[in-house]
Every structure is written in structure tokens, then in C-alpha cells.
Design a protein around this ligand. Structure first.
Ligand code: TRP
Length: 427
């Protein structure tokens, strides 16, 4: 449940529609689904197994498994990635809280497409307000980790996540009844081979890593908390299916609405924030719909920020234990929160930092770290005589082990390298 909470978040509902919209809709969708099929299962399983086998978070896992420091750079990459993601992720979570507050006060009701676009620009142009709204989720996330109430959050999201799905189903139903919604459906589902460019492939791969939370050690950390009897492949498949379902549903809600209301699918990061209020306007119980949806979205975002911050906190905690100044968990929470605040201020003040940290983490850092993990588990561990991370789940059948190792050794690294070369124009 925690891993599903980490996976399902703004990546599905905010980023997926806007990246798909910028990259040709249907063409992007097909490449994205191929990436999920290719990278999803092997890499989610790998992170879980590394964590479960070592019992350590992203900081100590690699060293614990192969007994030396040679792979420590991977841990540091995870930490850097976590801090970079936190900056823009908290900012966008702040947008969600802002829209929740505005839904409560009906601040955007009755606005048309142009006015909604302008409204977004006005709201996000208010720097102090945006910083304040981004600090709110930092505080909430830090409180969850400080008081160690992760379990409670998990139980809560067990109820709220199905509610979010139900809400999205209702919204999809409403949107599909709008005039012109079929144009959006065609945009999202019609595959046009000519629209597949190296950029589309690269962004689809990045979105796959970002949405599934792979390549940052989050699932290593969660794997280390797994009970012994946990079935890793089954848990992995559940996370992947749920995550993909939510992304698809977000597309089915956003694109028909984009075309029905006369928005532009290439709006960029503001896409869902200008389209969603227009959808609520069309729904019966529009005030309640808006409040409920933005409320659930804030909670979905928080279960993701918890995983982001947890990686960094566990890292600081374990890393400092090696020094003369070991830090407690709570001290680590304070330090990481302070770091997150710095990142937020940079993201709000300098737009390039916002854009760049998103792209850099999803398209470069996470794929490179995942490549490293695949090589580590596929090639390095067996060479060192370690029986391998598969010992963490004795339930996996022999044939499945063979396929898993083969995919990890050859398919995953070769695919990632080919996509990199392709986008550099080498292929
Ligand atoms: N997967 C989350 C989303 O789709 C974002 C996220 C949370 C994440 N934790 C992560 C991404 C760790 C990469 C690594 O919104």
C-alpha cells in the first residue's frame, strides 16, 4: 500500500497529461505503455528485492550487499535525485493546496477557459503565496515522519485511494458526455507513428520512471520494511497496474475536456490546473466535486512526498551514523525539511530550476541510477558470489528467476543505453 501511495501521485494526474499533451497524445501513450511493460516489472522488483535482501535503505543497501564501497555513488545519486524532485514536487503540491482552498471558497467558479488560464498565471505569479502554499505540504510531510504515523496514513489511503478512483470515474463519465469529447479521445488514443521522435521516447521513459517511483531508491527503502513473507512480484505487479490505471484515467478525463472547452493540449505544467476547474463547473454538485477531488489529490500527493522525504531522511540518518555526529531520526527530518525549503524557494524564484530539475531527474538521473541498479544486481552481485537479491523472496519460481536475471542483464541496460544514444542523435 505504501509503495502504491508513493507511485500514485502528481506524476499520474498532473505530469502525465501535460507531458502526453506536449508529445503528441497517442504516440506518447503507446511509447509510455511500452516503457512500463519493459522497465516497470524488472525495476520495481529489483528495488524491492535490494531493500528486502539488505534490510537497508538506499544509503546502506549497496554496501551491505556487496561488502564494499564501490557502488556508493548510486546511493548518493538517489539522495541528490530525491532533493531535486522535492523542490518542484512540493511546489506543485502547493498548487494543489491552493486550488483546494480556492475550491472551498468557490474562487474559480464561473470562469471560462481564458479566464482560468489567466487565473493560474495570477495565482502562481504571486511568489510569497506560492512559497507559503508549498511550505504547507512540507510541514505535513515532516509531521508524518516526525511522529512516525506512516502506518496511520497508509490505513487512511487504503480508503481514500479507491475514493479517488471513484471520483475520477465519475469525472470521466461526465467529460465523455461533452460535445467534442471524441476529438480528445482520438488525440489520446490514436497512434500516429510519424509523431514518435527521440524526444517523445526519452520523455516517455522519464515519465515511466517518475510515475513508478523507480531509480531513486524509494522502493529500496520501502522494500527494507517489507515483512519476510511478502510476495515481491505480486506486490510489484499491483503497484504497476494501479499506477498505469490512474494515469490512463487522468488522460481520459483531461483530453476530452481540453478539446471540448477549447484549451490547448500543449499548455504545459498548468494544463490540469486550468482544465479541472472547467470540468467541475459542468458537474452536478460542482462545489463538492471540486473540493473532494482537490482534497483527494492533495492526499495522493502527500503519500508521494512522504516517500520522497523518507528516502532522504533514512539516508541522512544512516550516513551520519558512520560519522562522529550521528543524527537522530527527528534531527534528520529537520535537516531534510530545511533542504526542501531551500529547493522550493529556488524553484519558485527561478523558473529554469523548476523546469530543469523535473527534466534532469526523470530523463537523466533516474534512468542512469536504474541502469546502475540493473548492472549491480544482474552482473556485479553474482560475480561476487553473493547468492543474489532473489534470496529475499524464495517464492519466485526457477523459470521466473531465469527470465528476471536475463531481462535485468541484457534487456533493461541495452534499452536504456539505446534510448540515450537515440536522443543524442547517435542512432
Ligand atoms: N511517483 C510519484 C508520482 O507519480 C512521485 C514520486 C514519489 C517519486 N516518490 C518518488 C518519483 C520517488 C521518483 C522516485 O507522483
Amino acid at each position: 500500500m505504501a509503495a502504491a501511495g508513493s507511485a500514485v501521485g502528481l506524476g499520474n494526474i498532473w505530469k502525465f497529461p501535460y507531458i502526453a499533451g506536449e508529445n503528441g497524445g497517442g504516440a506518447f501513450l503507446v511509447v509510455y505503455l511500452l516503457c512500463v511493460a519493459l522497465f516497470g516489472l524488472p525495476l520495481v522488483m529489483t528495488e524491492f528485492l535490494i531493500g528486502k535482501r539488505s534490510g537497508k535503505s538506499a544509503y546502506g543497501a549497496f554496501r551491505a550487499l556487496n561488502g564494499n564501497n564501490r557502488w556508493q555513488w548510486l546511493s548518493w545519486m538517489c539522495m541528490v535525485t530525491a532533493m531535486l524532485i522535492m523542490g518542484f514536487y512540493f511546489v506543485v503540491t502547493g498548487w494543489c493546496f491552493n486550488y483546494l482552498a480556492e475550491a472551498l471558497t468557490s474562487a474559480f467558479s464561473g470562469l471560462n477557459a481564458d479566464a482560468l488560464t489567466e487565473h493560474f498565471a495570477t495565482v502562481t505569479g504571486n511568489t510569497p503565496r506560492m512559497i507559503l502554499f508549498a511550505l504547507l505540504p512540507v510541514l505535513l510531510t515532516a509531521m508524518v515522519l516526525w511522529f512516525d504515523v506512516n502506518k496511520g496514513i497508509e490505513r487512511l489511503s487504503k480508503i481514500l485511494m479507491p475514493l479517488l478512483l471513484l471520483m475520477m470515474l465519475l469525472m470521466a463519465g461526465r467529460v465523455l458526455m461533452l460535445d467534442g469529447s471524441n476529438i480528445g479521445m482520438r488525440f489520446f488514443f490514436q497512434f500516429d507513428f510519424s509523431k514518435i521522435t527521440p524526444k517523445v521516447i526519452m520523455e516517455a521513459m522519464g515519465q515511466c520512471f517518475f510515475s513508478l517511483s523507480i531509480g531513486m531508491g524509494a522502493l529500496i527503502t520501502y522494500g527494507s520494511y517489507m515483512p519476510k513473507g511478502q510476495n515481491v512480484p505480486r506486490a510489484s505487479i499491483q503497484v504497476i497496474i494501479l499506477d498505469t490505471l490512474v494515469a490512463l484515467m487522468a488522460g481520459v478525463i483531461i483530453f476530452p475536456a481540453v478539446f471540448a472547452f477549447g484549451f490547448d493540449p500543449q499548455e504545459g505544467p498548468q494544463l490540469v490546473f486550468v482544465v479541472l476547474p472547467a470540468i467541475f463547473e459542468q458537474m452536478s454538485f460542482s462545489w463538492l466535486s471540486g473540493v473532494l477531488f482537490f482534497g483527494l489529490l492533495c492526499i495522493a500527493a502527500l503519500t508521494s512526498t512522504i516517500s520522497l522525504m523518507e528516502v532522504a531522511v533514512a539516508f541522512v540518518c544512516e550516513a551520519s551514523a558512520q560519522t562522529r555526529h550521528p543524527l537522530s531520526r527527528r534531527q534528520s527530518v529537520a535537516i531534510v525539511s530545511a533542504g526542501a525549503v531551500v529547493m522550493i524557494i529556488l524553484c519558485v524564484m527561478i523558473p529554469a530550476v523548476f523546469d530543469y530539475s523535473d527534466w534532469l531527474t526523470a530523463c537523466i538521473l533516474m534512468p542512469v541510477a536504474a541502469l546502475g541498479m540493473a548492472v549491480f544486481v544482474g552482473w556485479n552481485l553474482p560475480k561476487n558470489g553473493e547468492k543474489g537479491v532473489l534470496e529475499a523472496d524464495k517464492g519466485i519460481k526457477r523459470w521466473a528467476r531465469k527470465i528476471y536475471i536475463f531481462v535485468l542483464r541484457w534487456i533493461v541496460p541495452v534499452a536504456i543505453i539505446l534510448i540515450f544514444l537515440n536522443s543524442l542523435g547517435v542512432l
